[in-house]
Design a protein around this ligand. Structure first.
Ligand code: ZN
Length: 367
């Protein structure tokens, strides 16, 4: 049963990870011992100083001070315009870049470029990776979060288009109704920025004086923030996974197996095994299997089996030449958003294998 919350909360998020956050906003937040959130674009986090965006080092310092580092798309693409496999690949790319630079994934996402939750599938995909999602237009966060603060973030508070007085009144409103408001902005600086340092200081002083909590997203949602956190669906480098299924009988030139890499990253195929338990039924019927561009075996590239007898009961291991295999080393299979080389396909050739019964087994690791 829903219990009315006792207190509201305010969070402040800096979209895009502009350097102002570190040089101008961070000292002011430290003054009040408040923590904020910064939604970074990994492709723009430079390793050197003096850029427009935060460096990885500066991002790490913010993180160490208790700030949340949210994902905002690897290259700030509008997720509403991406396919589901492209979203998975983009999340993975951001996750890997962040982890490689010592940034934990706290499970938050800010939709870039005015993106919005457009379909149920879109929503359920993001939900696998993130605890909280925020848009830029009064977006509802439908992800169940800390029940003390209800289920939503009231947003739509870009300080560019509102006065500090409005921001104050919205924070008070969140307190009054026990809600959670996320105020987002991009820049803090002199003329041309969303707010000046003096305005931000005045705003935080107001919240401090009224005892309004200002928290990072993970402090509110209770999401884990540690180095070992991987979004669900993410395959870690070196992690082994396996898949098995039935081979499909058919005429000559039909497809006995079409499997697409389901992971958001490239994988290495350790081996492929075909166990034929019932002969295909026609002499000289063979199977070719390899890495392909699509489910029909277009541009069948690196092969696991070449001319494998489809009319013989046997266990065929792609890494053992005596078993009909052609690969004694691991083979790369591209990620699920790739248009090329993301499939393992097996094709029945020369003669029909209409009676074929058997299973395939694929073993692979994340990269
Ligand atoms: Zn942005």
């Amino acid at each position: 049963m829903y219990t009315a919350p006792q207190h509201g909360v305010t969070s402040i998020t800096f979209d895009d990870g502009i350097i102002d956050v570190y040089s101008n906003a961070f000292p002011i937040f430290n003054k009040y011992q408040y923590q904020a959130n910064v939604a970074i674009i990994p492709s723009r986090c430079y390793t050197g100083l003096g850029g427009t965006y935060l460096t990885w080092e500066q991002t790490k310092i913010l993180q160490s001070a208790g700030w949340d580092i949210a994902q905002h798309g690897y290259a700030h693409n509008n997720y509403s315009e991406l396919t589901i496999p492209q979203i998975r690949a983009d999340v993975s790319k951001s996750t890997i870049a962040m982890l490689q630079n010592g940034i934990y994934n706290s499970g938050e996402f800010v939709l870039p470029e005015g993106g919005f939750i457009k379909t149920y599938e879109f929503f359920t995909t993001l939900r696998k990776y993130f605890t909280a999602i925020r848009g830029t237009a009064g977006e509802i966060n439908a992800i169940p979060v800390n029940p003390n603060y209800g289920r939503f973030i009231a947003t739509d508070m870009n300080l560019r288009s509102a006065t500090i007085a409005t921001a104050k009144s919205r924070a008070l409103k969140a307190m009054k109704y026990g809600g959670w408001i996320d105020l987002y902005l991009h820049t803090v600086g002199a003329s041309g920025a969303n707010v000046t340092p003096a305005q931000l200081d005045d705003f935080l002083a107001y919240l401090y004086d009224f005892g309004i909590p200002v928290k990072s997203w993970s402090q509110i949602t209770g999401a884990k923030q540690n180095k070992n956190f991987y979004p669900a669906g993410y395959i870690a480098p070196g992690e082994t996974r396996t898949i098995t299924g039935a081979l499909t009988a058919g005429a000559a030139n039909s497809i006995a197996l079409a499997w697409q890499n389901p992971e958001p990253c490239d994988i290495l195929i350790k081996k492929v095994v075909f166990s034929i338990t019932t002969e295909g039924g026609t002499e000289l019927s063979v199977i070719n299997s390899g890495i392909a561009d699509d489910a029909t075996g277009t541009n069948l590239g690196t092969e696991f089996f070449n001319g494998l007898n489809a009319n013989a009961i046997a266990i065929n291991d792609s890494t053992i030449v005596a078993d009909g295999g052609t690969q004694t080393k691991w083979v790369k299979c591209l990620n699920s958003s790739s248009a090329t080389g993301g499939w393992i396909v097996a094709k029945i050739l020369a003669q029909a294998a209409s009676d074929l019964v058997g299973t395939y087994y694929i073993e692979y690791i994340g990269t």
